[in-house]
Write a protein that binds this ligand. Structure first.
Ligand code: FES
Length: 72
């Protein structure tokens, strides 16, 4: 099972060994480490993965989950 954690003002942190990230052609990206982070701010230089740039651009997105799983 995979768990995707939405980080406050940061990336999506993906935990789990049974996760594959593929591009639009279905080609899998090489995953050098786990867990790994997917860019959520749109500014990473190595998309779809987070490279930490969100900290430098002041990315702000801290929506908490609500009880029914929908957006706050
Ligand atoms: S979320 Fe980290 S670089 Fe975009």
């Amino acid at each position: 099972m995979a768990i995707i954690k939405v980080r406050q003002n940061g990336p999506y942190l993906v935990e789990g060994d049974d996760v594959t990230v593929v591009d639009w052609n279905g080609t899998a990206y090489r995953l050098d480490k786990r867990p790994f982070a997917l860019c959520r701010c749109g500014h990473s230089g190595r998309k779809p993965f987070c490279d930490g740039t969100h900290r430098h651009v002041g990315f702000q997105a801290a929506e908490p989950a609500v009880a029914d799983g929908g957006p706050a």
